[in-house]
Write a protein of this length. Structure first.
Length: 135
């Protein structure tokens, strides 16, 4: 189970990189901004929900493994960021986009920072897991 958890974490890291730094920017450069926002708005709930499932299940696996406490803690931090995005940032963004665009842009900036932190931490966790298997 540990190898499966490691694989899905590393796969989610790749997905995060691809979506955040390839797919979303290409959408915003090639199609109308409003349409790109609608498409990305449909993808984000799936992206964050998949992340919650990945890190919740992996956290349980790490918790049960001896010597994996640091992996478990890092997984909990990532899970917390994903839950904030899914349960707070996304719902408030949808309302703010229509009612107060200036505040929406601030929430959007905070969301981008949280996503970058999540990707960085997932990358660190991926490297730690890779190193774990090299031992």
């Amino acid at each position: 189970m540990l190898k499966i958890s490691s694989f899905i974490i590393i796969a989610y890291f790749g997905l995060s990189i691809f979506f955040s730094f390839v797919t979303a920017p290409i959408l915003f450069k090639t199609i109308e901004k409003q349409l790109a926002g609608m498409v990305v708005g449909k993808i984000f709930p799936i992206y964050f929900t998949v992340g919650v499932v990945v890190f919740a299940t992996s956290g349980i696996v790490f918790l049960k493994q001896p010597g994996m406490k640091s992996y478990f803690i890092l997984t909990l931090i990532i899970l917390g960021i994903l839950l904030i995005q899914l349960l707070y940032v996304l719902p408030s963004s949808e309302n703010l986009k229509v009612s107060n665009y200036d505040v929406f842009m601030k929430v959007h900036a905070a969301s981008m920072i949280l996503n970058a932190i999540m990707i960085l931490l997932t990358g660190i966790l991926s490297l730690l897991l890779f190193n774990f298997y090299l031992k």
